[in-house]
Design a protein around this ligand. Structure first.
Ligand code: COI
Length: 349
């Protein structure tokens, strides 16, 4: 591994009590180039721009995918990654679907651990605090032919993070747009999935909502995801979540919630979540909670659903009554080393 440390580190001017998610970057980043059919040296370099031309294939044809993951600092200053191997596996599932060469797991893990270790002072400690880490893979060949690129870059950048959509949000159930289709790339963390979500989300924002609940592309009768999150619904005391498929991202936080719910002996149904059942439950007052989960947000509790022209309010549950809040606490206590980790999810850096 080639290490080139920053000669002008910014860490001394970083204020962990005042920063915004995604705009502040740690002092270093990881890069690794793919050329002539193989990955080159892993490099740790100062964070900053890298030059490309507008003819770069990644920006023309969207051959790009990424991951989202976090590192946490406990009260004694110990640093942990959360289930990093899941991200190492998933980036390669995304890569395969986008015809991007897979990044060997050892390169991914070595880059990740070296970056987090060298910039550990950037990881804020405290409620909701973490380092959000963004590994990404994209096509860098300078060529305009619509074909698979011959050059790529693997990079890892990171930003200090605090709670993302902290306040309860209202979500519009999509009756027209969808984020994925059978045979498509919905399961992948493909950059284009996010690009295609922005316009419908903008329309929902204009209608007064914060996010969209994505429904299936053919009937719009089934929940798939919400915003950039997996979605959970609680009717009475049963939790429902859509089964992952080629249309739905296999979220690490989603999987963690399912395992935590099982540990608490909660009743969980993983399968079809019908819009009409959720609406009927809202009307007969058995719908208790709807929430989204994802790495960035951890948990986002929904306060209202937009359904056709109706604005349907959800109950306001206390922390003690909410399954979402309870499972979020179970999860963050493990992530931040405040609870035992029977699952072996924490990885010490
Ligand atoms: C994540 O939760 O890691 C995401 O991908 C959301 C991100 C687009 C901010």
């Amino acid at each position: 591994m080639i290490i080139q440390k920053s000669s002008n580190p910014r860490i001394s001017s970083f204020d962990p009590t005042s920063f915004s998610f995604g705009n502040t970057f740690i002092d270093h980043m990881i890069i690794c180039e793919y050329n002539n059919g193989k990955w080159g040296d892993l490099q740790l370099v100062p964070y900053g721009p890298i030059g490309f031309t507008p003819a770069m294939m990644g920006v023309n044809y969207g051959q790009a995918c990424f991951e989202g993951m976090k590192a946490y600092k406990d009260k004694d200053g110990k640093v942990f990654l959360f289930r990093p191997e899941k991200n190492a596996e998933r980036i390669n599932k995304s890569a395969k679907r986008l015809a991007i060469p897979e990044i060997p797991k050892e390169i991914f893990m070595e880059g990740l651990k070296t970056l987090v270790d060298i910039d550990r002072d950037w990881i804020p400690h405290g409620e909701g605090m973490s380092l959000y880490i963004r590994p990404l893979l994209f096509a860098t060949e300078e060529a305009l032919k619509a074909r698979v690129s011959e050059k790529y870059l693997f990079a890892i950048v990171a930003t200090p993070a605090k709670s993302y959509y902290a306040a309860p949000v209202s979500v519009k159930i999509s009756d027209h747009y969808s984020r994925s289709a059978n045979g498509g790339v919905g399961f992948a963390k493909a950059a284009g999935n996010y690009a295609a979500s922005f316009y419908p989300t903008q329309l929902a924002i204009e209608e007064g909502y914060d996010q969209i609940i994505w429904t299936d592309d053919s009937t719009h009768e089934y929940f798939e995801e919400s915003g950039t999150m997996n979605v959970f619904v609680r009717i009475n005391d049963t939790i429902y979540t859509p089964k992952t498929s080629e249309k739905i991202l296999d979220g690490v936080t989603r999987d963690s919630f399912l395992q935590l719910a099982k540990r608490r002996n909660l009743e969980v149904v993983v399968g079809d979540v019908k819009v009409s059942d959720v609406i009927a439950a809202q009307r007969n007052e058995t719908l208790k909670e709807v929430w989204g989960v994802g790495t960035a947000v951890v948990t986002s509790i929904f306060e209202a659903l937009g359904y056709n022209d109706e604005h349907l309010l959800l109950p306001k549950l206390s922390e003690e009554e909410s399954f979402a809040a309870m499972l979020k606490k179970d999860l963050t206590d493990i992530q931040t080393n405040q609870a035992e980790d029977p699952f072996g999810w924490r990885v010490l850096v």
